[in-house]
Ligand binder design. Structure first.
Ligand SMILES: Cc1ncc(COP(=O)(O)O)c(C=O)c1O
Length: 458
């Protein structure tokens, strides 16, 4: 019998003559220019040409003379989940079965807990076996949904500003994104108005629909605008989707943080429910964005394919933290946790937004979620300010963000990153601040932002 080494040897020896010498050329990969073999070149889907907003902001923060930076940019919590959920996670780690693979659709206890928690909103008993599937965060859930339904060339409608991960999630299976902008209130630069004043032009939305439109993504409560879509707006969107048989992907990761009545689009009618997949996130619900537990709910006919895609992508999700989230859902109501969430976040919103009222800077009063968009059109940036070239070439909000980090040590996110270039001008005077931070951090941010006074023109 020939030994494996003998079989392999000739191949190894022949290889140099069979292979062409590698082609070397200069490529840009995440903004880094280097000489790379053609074979090592990344696929277009990951080879971003522009520096993304997170690296620009992090780089600016690291370079700022004002240390430590008050980071109100990224939407992670500056405090821990409540004790009853943390304890559940710690106890889960001591259980043998919680440290092993979960079923691909998720742990039965968590699916049951989610079905029980959401059935009252749906007005009927949800089936945890067929209508709920657990994912590795909402983000992987949405990737699974697109992987399940999008063929190359299929179109997906999203509203601007969008959650940035939608883009690659749609493009990976070959989807084509069709953008429809949300329009801010005309007086947004001079008056504080409700985030509800950011509106969709429904004619514009209808014109965006083509025979290839397969899915539409809606996000309510909305990141970054803070809008909670009204029942009437949702009905109009749903009617268009029903008429054109478009699957609705409703991203409701901030569903426990609403300060006005909140409607879930799937609950509008049994017909709408049939075409809707609802997205949830334990990270957002339980202040644990690093746990990476999310879920999708919807009719069995849709969920089965999403669950199949999820199995291909990551097989199953983190077991002990699924168990902890199950206990979180089981106990949240009796612990009064959902009411606490709303009360605490609303208090943080008011605490932080007091600085804008003090400075006379208008903002979109959030109806939900934990982001606020301040309109800084009244802020005059110093002439000849030394912005680095990669910031100077971006819209005004990038310059505002850079300036705030360098001069005051406060990090916020420029929202034009969540627009196409064509529509970026819509949001170039806004900055997004995340208020899910401890109160002393919010106070420090306010104190620093008082320095803006001398740059404000009435
Ligand atoms: C609108 C929206 N959808 C989805 C997500 C992702 O949620 P997860 O952390 O559960 O993946 C985020 C996170 O910031 C978000 O803002």
């Amino acid at each position: 019998m020939t030994s494996p080494a003998v079989v392999l040897q000739p191949l190894f020896r022949r290889a140099p003559t069979l292979l062409k010498p590698p082609v070397l050329r200069t490529v840009r990969y995440f903004g880094v220019s280097s000489v790379m073999s053609e074979k090592l070149k990344p696929a277009a889907r990951v080879a971003g040409r522009r520096q993304d907003v997170w690296s620009i902001i992090n780089e600016a923060a690291a370079a700022s003379p004002k240390q430590p930076i008050v980071n109100m940019g990224q939407g992670f919590f500056g405090y821990n989940p409540p004790e009853f959920i943390l304890n559940a996670a710690k106890q889960a780690l001591d259980r043998v079965e919680c440290n092993q693979y979960s079923p691909t659709k998720g742990r039965p206890r968590l699916r049951q807990a989610i079905a029980d928690a959401y059935s009252p909103f749906w007005g009927r008993k949800m089936d945890p076996e067929t209508e709920v599937t657990i994912t590795t965060g909402a983000n992987e859930g949405m990737l699974s949904a697109f992987m399940a339904f999008i063929e190359p060339g299929d179109e997906v409608i999203i509203f601007e500003p969008f959650f940035d991960q939608y883009i690659s999630n749609i493009e990976m299976p070959g989807g084509k994104i069709v953008y429809v902008p949300m329009h801010p209130p005309k007086e947004g630069g001079s008056k504080t108005l409700s985030a509800s004043e950011w509106t969709i032009d429904f004619d514009e939305l209808e014109r965006a629909i083509t025979p290839r439109t397969k899915m539409l993504v809606i996000n309510t409560p909305h990141n970054p605008v803070g809008k909670v879509y009204s029942k009437e707006e949702l009905q109009k969107i749903a009617d268009l989707c029903l008429k054109n048989q478009i699957i609705i992907l409703s991203d409701e990761v901030y569903d426990r943080l609403f300060y006005v009545p909140f409607t879930r689009i799937a609950t509008l009618s049994p017909e709408v429910e049939k075409i809707t997949i609802t997205v949830g996130s334990a990270g957002k619900n339980f202040y644990a964005t690093g746990w990476r537990v999310g879920w999708l709910m919807g009719p069995a006919e849709l969920i089965q394919y999403v669950a199949a895609a999820h199995t291909r992508i990551c097989y199953s999700s983190v077991s002990p933290l699924q168990e902890a989230c199950a206990i979180g859902f089981e106990q949240a109501e009796e612990q009064g946790f959902w009411d606490d969430c709303v009360r605490d976040m609303q208090a943080k919103m008011s605490r932080f937004n007091a600085i804008w009222d003090e400075l006379g800077i208008p903002y979109s009063e959030p109806e939900g979620g934990y982001f606020v968009m301040a309109n800084l059109s009244k802020v005059t940036l110093p002439r000849d300010y030394p912005f680095p070239p990669h910031v100077a070439e971006r819209p005004r909000d990038f310059k505002l963000a850079w300036f705030l980090i360098q001069e005051f040590g406060v990090a916020a996110i420029p929202p034009t990153e969540f627009y196409t270039e064509e529509n970026a001008h819509i949001a170039q005077d806004y900055l997004r601040f995340a208020v899910c931070k401890p109160d002393d951090v919010l106070e420090m941010a306010k104190e620093r932002l008082r320095g803006l006074k001398r740059y404000i023109q009435e």
